[in-house]
Ligand binder design. Sequence first.
Ligand SMILES: C[S@@+](CC[C@H](N)C(=O)[O-])C[C@H]1O[C@@H](n2cnc3c(N)ncnc32)[C@H](O)[C@@H]1O
Ligand code: SF4
Ligand code: SF4
Length: 396
Amino acid sequence: MKTNFALVPKLLGADPRLAAKLARSFASQKKSMRIDHRFYGGRTHELGLLYFRLTPLCNLRCVMCGQRGDKGVLKGSFAAEEAKKIVPLETYKRLVDEIKHKSPTIYLWGGEPFLYPELFPLVDYMKDAGLVVSVNTNGTLLAKNAEEIVRRKWHAIFVSLDGFEETNDRIRGEGSYRRVVEGFEAINREKKRQGSHLPHMGIVSTVNNLNYKDLYRLAEAAQGFGLSWHIFNLGTYTNEAIVERQRSFMRERLDTEIGCLQAYDTGYNAGIDGLQLHDILTRIHAMETDHPIITVPALNPDKINTYYSELEIPVRTHCSVPWSQANIDYDGGVHFCADYPDYKLGNIKDQGFFEIFNGERARRFRNELKGSPDGIFPGCVRCYQNMLCGKKVKGF
Ligand SMILES: C[S@@+](CC[C@H](N)C(=O)[O-])C[C@H]1O[C@@H](n2cnc3c(N)ncnc32)[C@H](O)[C@@H]1O
Ligand code: SF4
Ligand code: SF4
């Protein structure tokens, strides 16, 4: 099984300039660990990847979602109130002007990014600044926007699909599978009509106990979608004991009250048969596909049960995220941890990005992380960002 780096050679063939920029982003992340992590006392000179959670709003309510799922709180009138805080386009433009010389890869997500009212002008501005821009979407609004996406030559779209039709709709809502497939069809039609190879499109599937037995059927169906990749994300899970350990740690060491991690205590990891899942993923990886299949994190067969049933055991350690990545939240808050935005570094509405990224709070967080056992905090054990770039634990 392969990790995300498998994407680069695939893109090299189709799009060498895009691939070269992506490779620079990965290199920047590696360099930050080789040099900045070791020598600069909590400062960093690298910026390889910048996430933007553009909006708290979404048109779906997927059961396992840490924001809007069974345990998520970003719903109803609270989400509507929060949406009043979204960052205006002009503030994002100022940020892009400030960071563009570092050429970070951009990852736009949400909520649902298509509900950010200035999405198209924002992507244009980022692309014109020379940045590689990817958009993570639930795909239900792709068909409606297909002509414009292709005309504006978006680089990459990550679309969430969690199973074949019935399974996906049980998780992501009635009719959502069909709408995503219509979205892929519309984009492919527009690419042909406009004579463009952009955007590259891929699926992200989040594994849980409702869908794992159905992933092969989805992978088969996906053969016809014109994809550049299919990522299987083993999913973010936690339990009460981990949440309590993280709560104490963050209170004592970083004066922070946590409120996000508990939303991942969903129970959708329960009962997953790791060996059966491994067998399914192996069959998927063995398929003759026209696109790479990527599992994050790739684990040894006998360790998949550990991933789902012994949540406190780390499979990746030594988080490198704060040395080369940040997430800009919908209200302008800057955080290292995209899924757990409790420890705030500052706000781009009030300060310049680099003032925040190397400010006192950022350095304090980095120094705590570096000094922690295995270079992670108690709540980091299934963090998706660390699954992408953390250090593989021996045997896993
Ligand atoms: C929160 S969504 C935001 C973007 C967009 N709304 C979407 O669904 O693609 C980002 C990604 O997180 C995934 N996700 C949701 N809940 C998750 C969980 N508990 N563990 C891991 N990934 C999850 C989604 O499936 C999606 O691929
Ligand atoms: S579409 Fe994305 S943000 Fe919306 S509920 Fe589903 S996973 Fe969460
Ligand atoms: S591993 Fe921990 S510190 Fe690193 S990004 Fe994830 S939650 Fe944050």
